[in-house]
Design a protein around this ligand. Sequence first.
Ligand SMILES: [Zn+2]
Length: 70
Amino acid sequence: MSTSTPTLVAARSRAHGPAAALWHAVEVHRPAAEVDAACELALCGALARVDVDQPWPPAAPDVCPACATA
Ligand SMILES: [Zn+2]
């Protein structure tokens, strides 16, 4: 058994009706390259598309408040 630290990557949700697109945090247990552009469940429960080009936490202002404090 090896202990691995979960890695948080940034993921972008889609704008849905009045809800704006936000950056979420997704916990990945695989190399980031394997989950790039995949739709994953964010920490807050939203579905978001992983963007490994974006660091977490992102410098952008539109960050999901639930994920930012998780
Ligand atoms: Zn979120």
